[in-house]
Design a protein around this ligand. Structure first.
Ligand code: 5FU
Length: 260
């Protein structure tokens, strides 16, 4: 039986990676396969959003390098909100350098991403050394890595043999817990997929973003988690109401998949 036909709870019970076990348990508890993409530019906005939508998401996704007043208190407070509302933190860093450099970028610098982000991601364009470098920092801390097997934007180049290479590398590396992409990629060791570019209405933006619905992504394509940004907190929106709406849409798409 395909993992797409199993419940998140069942998958959590049999998964070998403690972080993924925790993720699936959270998803089941909160009935949420929604991740918020919090692309806001100040500490106050980021924390405010995390406190408001925290109850409805399983993963809170950050781009910490767009915060103009970043400090270490921000990540302390974000970690406290993650505990309060029961979500994981995913820093969407998209590492893309050689193993030795990404080790420095992941563990050190101003952001010290490995100290607070449960999940991060990378491009495999440099080859497998990037995974090994990140694993040296993240594995002792119990973190997990997603590979960018595809992207959501128009004309993106991660296709065909490149996408397949991502799948091979994910299967071969214990530190990898899954992918960014639009679908389920493999039945090997229950690697998860998280999908950005999800919207209930808009079809895209002026800079190449393309949106698909939760049903296309979760029911039809077998992805596990939808990532939604501006659909929830965009101009004129009520983030709590939209988070509830996307949570319900994502969860119903999952229930529909199970019933197929
Ligand atoms: F890897 C990817 C990708 O392929 N597409 C994306 O859109 C990541 N993203 C991120 O998801 C992007 O950096 C934003 O943080 C978020 C999408 O936000 P939106 O407001 O829902 O378009």
């Amino acid at each position: 039986v395909s993992y797409s036909q199993m419940t998140y709870a069942q998958r959590g019970e049999q998964h070998s990676h403690p972080l993924v076990k925790q993720l699936f348990a959270t998803m089941e508890r909160k009935k949420s396969n929604l991740s918020l993409a919090a692309d806001v530019s100040t500490k106050a906005e980021l924390l405010g959003l995390a406190d408001k939508v925290g109850p409805y998401v399983c993963v809170f996704k950050t781009h910490v390098d767009v915060i103009s007043d970043f400090d270490s208190d921000l990540v302390d407070q974000l970690a406290a909100l993650a505990a309060k509302h029961d979500f994981l933190i995913f820093e969407d860093r998209k590492f893309a350098d050689i193993g030795n450099t990404v080790k420095l970028q992941y563990g050190g610098g101003m952001y010290r991403i490995a100290d607070w982000a449960h999940i991060t991601n990378c491009h495999v364009i440099p080859g497998e050394g990037i995974i090994q470098g990140l694993a040296e920092v993240g594995m002792p801390k119990g973190r997990g890595l997603l590979l960018l097997a595809e992207m959501s934007s128009k004309g993106m180049l991660a296709t065909g043999a490149y996408t397949e290479k991502n799948v091979d590398m994910a299967i071969a590396n214990e530190f990898v817990i899954g992918f960014i992409g639009s679908r389920r990629f493999t039945e090997e060791r229950d690697l998860i997929t998280m999908t950005p570019g999800v919207g209930l209405h808009a079809s895209g933006d002026a800079l190449g973003q393309q949106y698909r619905t939760p049903e296309m992504i979760v029911t039809e394509n077998g992805s596990d988690i939808i990532i939604v940004g501006r659909g929830i907190y965009g101009a004129g929106k009520d983030p709590i109401a939209e988070a509830q709406r996307y949570r319900e849409a994502g969860w119903n798409a999952y229930l529909k998949r199970l019933a197929q």
